[in-house]
Design a protein around this ligand. Structure first.
Ligand SMILES: Nc1ncnc2c1ncn2[C@@H]1O[C@H](COP(=O)(O)OP(=O)(O)OP(=O)(O)O)[C@@H](O)[C@H]1O
Ligand SMILES: NC(=O)c1ccc[n+]([C@@H]2O[C@H](COP(=O)(O)O)[C@@H](O)[C@H]2O)c1
Length: 288
């Protein structure tokens, strides 16, 4: 693995070229770098990776372990423009460096996880992981930018890995001017899928309330806004943390960094933890 410093320099230069280009999506690196089979299915984890956490690790690994296949591919996608949030620290090159470290953490995790009782996957069985960037904030546009980029064979089914809070925002008509209906989502659900991790909280409701959203979509409750009932078949809901487990988020990891709390160790995976301790991407000087 390259040194932390050289990873940042490498991504700063790739990012500069991407920003200056007219491209909406680009794969900047792959792990392993070569020799991976052409993908038959593309899992996409779109995030601000600010920083990558163990929740991101769980979301990605549970999807990949469901059907461990070397011809699956995972794309870790950094959105340089967010639908709602202004850009915050850390620098994008630091986040890209952390995404690559996260990819190594995830591959190690997959290698030591048993997909089936008595079966430990070999490195060749573990899907390759791409590090990509997009300028598009909305999922329907991200999916189309990936499709038309030429980076992957076409057609290729994309499975977007999101949390419940993001599902709700995808279904908010406020993002789709000028009509403000859900009709623009049709291309996303005609070709692709969502795998949504439940995220019970005071803000987003209980597990039952979150499951009720999908039942209502399947009943046709959103048809008056353009949300078709058959889209529910293309959305899979999966369990998140257990009720006795602590909630994990990037916000919580940033707070642990600011307060120098030991919690950081269980909030983020190992290689990301080492990077945060060594490079301090959230310190005042580093974001200047
Ligand atoms: N603990 C979690 N449970 C379920 N989904 C999650 C969790 N953490 C992140 N996600 C999902 O992963 C995707 C990317 O997450 P994002 O980068 O916004 O993380 P975050 O922890 O919510 O960030 P922040 O705390 O900075 O707002 C989103 O779709 C989000 O819903
Ligand atoms: N309608 C949409 O497609 C939609 C709405 C809100 C957020 N998003 C995206 O979801 C991703 C995660 O968002 P947050 O980092 O705000 O949780 C970001 O890439 C953001 O731009 C998409």
């Amino acid at each position: 693995m390259a040194s932390f410093r050289s990873l940042r320099t490498q991504y700063a230069s790739l990012l500069k070229k991407f920003t200056a280009s007219s491209r909406d999506f680009e794969v900047l690196a792959s792990i392993p770098a070569d020799g991976c089979p052409a993908p038959k299915i593309l899992y996409v984890l779109d995030s601000s990776f600010n920083p990558p956490t163990r929740a991101h690790l769980r979301i990605a690994s549970s999807a990949l372990l469901e059907r461990l296949d070397p011809s699956s591919r995972l794309l870790l996608l950094l959105a340089t423009q967010n639908a709602d949030k202004p850009s915050k620290p850390a620098l994008f090159e630091d986040r890209l460096a952390m995404m690559e470290l996260f990819a190594h953490d995830l591959r190690s995790h997959l290698a030591t996880s048993t997909a089936a009782p008595g079966h430990t996957p070999s490195l060749e069985e573990i899907p390759a992981i791409d590090i990509g960037v997009t300028k598009k904030p909305y999922f329907v546009d991200k999916a189309s930018a990936i499709e038309t980029s030429g980076a992957y064979p076409t057609p290729l089914e994309q499975v977007h890995l999101t949390g419940y809070d993001t599902l709700i925002r995808i279904f908010n008509p406020k993002y789709y001017p000028p009509e403000h209906t859900l009709a623009p989502l049709a291309p996303l659900f005609s070709e692709h899928r969502l795998r949504v991790t439940l995220r019970p909280s005071d803000e987003w409701g209980s597990k039952d309330e979150q499951e009720a959203f999908l039942l209502a979509l399947a009943r046709g409750d959103q048809e008056s806004e353009g949300g078709r009932r058959e889209w529910a078949e293309r959305i899979q809901l999966v369990e998140g943390r257990k009720p006795d487990q602590q909630p994990v988020s990037s916000t919580r990891a940033r707070e642990a960094i600011q307060s120098a709390s030991d919690d950081l160790e269980w909030l983020v995976p190992e290689n990301v933890h080492q990077f945060l301790l060594s490079e301090k991407p959230y310190s005042a000087e580093s974001s200047l």
